[in-house]
Write a protein that binds this ligand. Structure first.
Ligand SMILES: *[C@@H]1O[C@H](CO)[C@@H](O)[C@H](O)[C@H]1NC(C)=O
Ligand SMILES: [Mn+2]
Length: 558
């Protein structure tokens, strides 16, 4: 009773105090408002405003925007002189991010701690394995590489940081030689041998460059990173602790995005890494088991890895590091991921380990990357995908046989497959990545053309919305379709890029809806074209009149 009274009393006092403070605050505001209402003040304000407007006009005259179309200046750089704008734009064209700004920011700039609160209170053991950090680059801006080095040194416990290995995949910009070497010498004077440099005399491509970094490393754990990154505080400890507990896990930290123009760090929420049948990577939700933990700081299993990877150095060697036969760019990360899972390891994303990573606005110097992508994907398919390998052909709209693309010699990698007694790919699909549709129901793919007027194709239509339309054939992605035979004896057409959701093929919905065309074979309704009221031809579903479509590649008769 007494306690209750005291509580009530305290509350009353609190309310009174609060009201007093509040009232006095209100009064002050009102006072100042009143004061501003005086006519002489208003006149002063008006004059000030006029001067300000004048200044703005003058600024607009002197700070002319030289590159109104450039993405670099969309939300940055309004105060730059013309000379500065020219310099900034030139660097931007060359590197795809804001080098001008990077050159002016401190190498040890502070970045916001974006980790989950639970990460910040974790305590890690002192005796963790040592780490070699490998930075791979090709024509990176000097200040960006220096900042990566600085952040790694500042934010990795020095007794754990074995070395930093710079792998220069035959860059052509000159300051990556002498000027970078000077910076390296400066650091190595304090910490002899901390920074090593491997410079290739011709371009090796991503896979071989990474392998060369692995070969040069001596730490118990290796981290292979891009050079346009900054690590967050305590980035290494959660990775090293996890590998200490299980040497067969291959890990990825979580990337935050560093905006290419303002270089501000924006937080990315941890999620798993995955890929489509064209072996292009993407984010994917963690598995339900992870969500059951109800703890966003615990590592989550992941079907794949985006590229940045952290692993036990020897274990990575035992399972074959990376495939040397992969050229230039693309697919090497998926190859590693599938191999790790099938041959005795697993992959995890570690939410407490964060790395800020610049996403370039454009990739400089890169010719069309789809050629090496396709070649590498076919190579991965041949070595690892067993009976599912034709899905890669479908995804890239290549014929199933005789695609005519040289995938290099795969005998060594196939031997490795046998030697390691790796599981079949079906196991991976069932246990690791069930969200990847196995495409077993696909009966045809490619461009779908109207039989009479061959320049008309079925097209995905506008996105979002994806109501299929009739359109002039152009053979690009929105017209590369897959035809799925459903259990309802209907055919579902989707574009290759869309993940097909077959449960959507409700047999009562005989309409053209969103991404799908339901094409019923045994209800005597067909996908046809008909003249609309606007006198143009449109896709329609109607009682079959004998119109036909030709499908570029047919897998099974139907
Ligand atoms: C960055 O480095 C400078 C010079 O070494 C130092 O004075 C400053 O305190 C550092 N800033 C941070 C945020 O560590
Ligand atoms: Mn990158």
């Amino acid at each position: 009773m007494k306690t209750a009274a005291r509580v009530v009393c305290l509350l009353v006092i609190a309310v009174v105090v609060y009201s007093l403070v509040y009232m006095s605050f209100i009064r002050q505001v009102m006072d100042s408002d009143n004061r501003l209402q005086r006519p002489e003040d208003l006149e002063v304000l008006r004059r000030l405003k006029r001067i300000e407007d004048q200044a703005v006009v003058e600024q607009k005259i002197t700070k002319k925007k030289l590159y109104p179309q450039s993405p670099l200046f969309r939300s940055w750089g309004a105060e730059l002189t013309e000379e500065e704008q020219m310099e900034a734009e030139r660097h931007f064209q060359e590197f795809g991010y804001n080098v001008f700004l990077s050159n002016r920011l401190p190498l040890n700039r502070t970045i916001p701690d974006t980790r989950n609160i639970r990460c910040t209170v974790k305590i890690y053991p002192k005796d963790l394995p040592t780490i070699s950090v490998i930075l791979i680059y090709f024509n990176e801006a000097l200040s960006v590489i220096k900042r990566a080095i600085r952040s790694i040194i500042d934010k990795t416990p020095s007794h754990l940081l074995k070395e930093i290995i710079l792998v220069d995949d035959y860059s052509s910009n000159e300051d990556l030689q002498l000027a970078l070497d000077e910076y390296i010498d400066l650091i190595n004077k304090d910490k002899p041998g901390l920074i090593k440099k491997v410079r290739h005399k011709r371009q090796m491509g991503l896979a071989k460059a990474r392998i060369s970094g692995w070969e040069a490393a001596a730490g118990q754990v290796i981290a292979i990173l891009d050079a346009h990154i900054e690590v967050h505080m305590e980035w290494a400890e959660p990775l090293l602790a996890r590998i200490k507990a299980d040497r067969t896990v291959v890990l990825s930290p979580v990337f935050d995005n560093v905006l290419f123009d303002t270089l501000e760090v924006t937080e990315y929420i941890p999620s798993a890494h995955a890929f489509d049948w064209n072996l292009w990577c993407m984010y994917e939700s963690f598995r339900p088991e992870w969500f059951k933990n109800n703890d966003p700081s615990v590592p989550g299993k992941s079907p794949s890895i985006m590229g940045i990877l952290v692993a036990d150095r020897q274990f990575l060697g035992e399972i074959g590091v990376l495939d040397e036969g992969m050229t230039i760019y693309g697919g090497e990360n998926v190859e590693l991921a599938i191999r790790v899972w099938l041959c005795g390891g697993s992959i995890e994303v570690v939410p407490c380990s964060k790395i800020a990573h610049i996403e370039r606005e454009h990739k400089p110097y890169s010719p069309d990357l789809s050629k090496p992508m396709i070649r590498n994907a076919l190579r991965v398919a041949e070595i690892w995908l067993d009976e599912y390998k034709s899905n890669v052909n479908i995804a890239w709209n290549l014929p199933l046989k005789n695609h005519g693309i040289d995938i290099g010699d795969v005998t060594e990698r196939k031997k490795l497959h046998e030697k390691l007694k790796c599981k079949p790919f079906k196991w991976y699909l069932e246990n690791v990545y069930p969200l990847l549709d196995s495409w077993e129901v696909i009966i045809g793919y490619g461009v779908v053309r109207y039989y009479l007027i061959e320049r008309y194709c079925v097209d995905q239509g506008e996105v979002p919305g994806s109501v299929p339309i009739l359109y002039e054939c152009h053979y690009y992605d929105p017209q590369v379709l897959t035809l799925h035979l459903t259990v309802f004896h209907s055919i579902v057409i989707t574009t290759v890029m869309e993940r097909s959701t077959l449960e959507a093929s409700n047999p009562t919905r005989i309409t053209l809806t969103r991404k799908f065309i339901f094409w019923f074979l045994n209800t005597n309704r067909c996908l046809e074209i008909g003249q609309g009221e606007d006198s143009y031809y449109h896709l329609i579903l109607q009682t079959c009149t004998g119109q036909k479509w030709t499908i570029q590649h047919v897998i099974k008769d139907f």
